[in-house]
Design a protein around this ligand. Structure first.
Ligand SMILES: [Zn+2]
Length: 273
């Protein structure tokens, strides 16, 4: 098991630097039932080029680009449109327990997103399980929509419990007050593939809105291989960035969002803080 995990970690590290790597949520095995062959097929897809833009290698065709991308045509895919009027109060859900500290970050543009790789042991407790924060990254426009509406930017905090159990916390951006993190780093964000290392410590919890009310549903990675291994927590309250910051960042991210996917009978739950 240990060996498997370190292999996964190695692959994850490789993907970050591979020319057309998986954007963000790391390569994972599908649920426990996945066979070794399926795993191998997924790994073989590491160099397959895919894009967020419509076309031959665009989102509609991801499932056909590589055998290991078959999940992209699955039935519990992300992102989705969150219809607030249909969200059901989740009686068994609890507040997200953050055990975040300050962390050094590596900022990487991997050709699909700008990603902050986080060091240290930052965790969240969700439904009694402790998930470790691996990285956070950005999409513009937002991937999830709320009542059919996109936000200008969405950030995804990617947490891992095991190879087939990830939790991603999504936070929306609205235009308003300038964003402190962007103030510090936006001018350093690599506009093409590249990396920027910072010596400063980031207070991770300060990147979240004060109110942690969230929508919950079961879904997938939003980029190939689209593995259906993600518990999604989309926060209701947004954070802000100035109009200029949104404009500058959006031009780097270049519409790196996947179109919304069908719910296929899934329930969206609401936990109100
Ligand atoms: Zn994402």
């Amino acid at each position: 098991m240990k060996r498997k995990l370190s292999l996964a970690a190695l692959l994850l590290a490789l993907f970050v630097f591979t020319s057309c790597s998986k954007e963000q949520e790391p390569a994972t095995q599908k649920k426990a039932a996945e066979t070794t062959e399926q795993k191998a097929a997924k790994d073989d897809c590491a160099d397959v080029h895919w894009s967020h833009q419509p076309g031959e290698d665009g989102p509609e065709n991801w499932k056909n680009l590589c055998d290991g991308f078959a999940d992209c045509g699955g039935t519990v895919q992300s992102p989705i449109d969150i219809v607030t009027g249909k969200a059901v109060k989740g009686d068994k859900l609890a507040a997200i327990e953050f055990n975040y500290g300050k962390s050094k970050v590596d900022i990487i543009n991997n050709g699909h997103t700008v990603q902050f790789n986080v060091s240290g042991n930052n965790t969240v407790k969700l439904n009694g399980k402790e998930y470790k924060l691996l990285q956070f990254h950005y999409h513009a426009l937002s991937e999830h929509t709320i009542d059919g509406k996109h936000f200008p930017i969405e950030v995804h905090f990617v947490h891992k419990y095991s190879d087939n159990d990830f939790a991603v916390l999504g936070v929306m951006f609205t235009e308003g007050k300038a964003n402190e993190l962007f103030k510090k780093y936006l001018d350093h964000f690599p506009t093409t593939k590249g990396e920027y290392q910072s010596d400063e410590m980031i207070d991770l919890l300060s990147l979240f809105p004060e109110n942690k009310t969230y929508y919950y549903y079961d879904g997938s990675l939003t980029t190939p291989p689209c593995s259906e291994v993600v518990s999604w927590y989309v926060l209701k309250a947004p954070v802000s960035a100035s109009k200029e910051q949104v404009k500058q960042f959006s031009s780097i991210l270049n519409n790196n969002y996947r179109p919304i996917q069908p719910l296929n009978g899934r329930e969206v739950l609401l936990f109100e803080e």
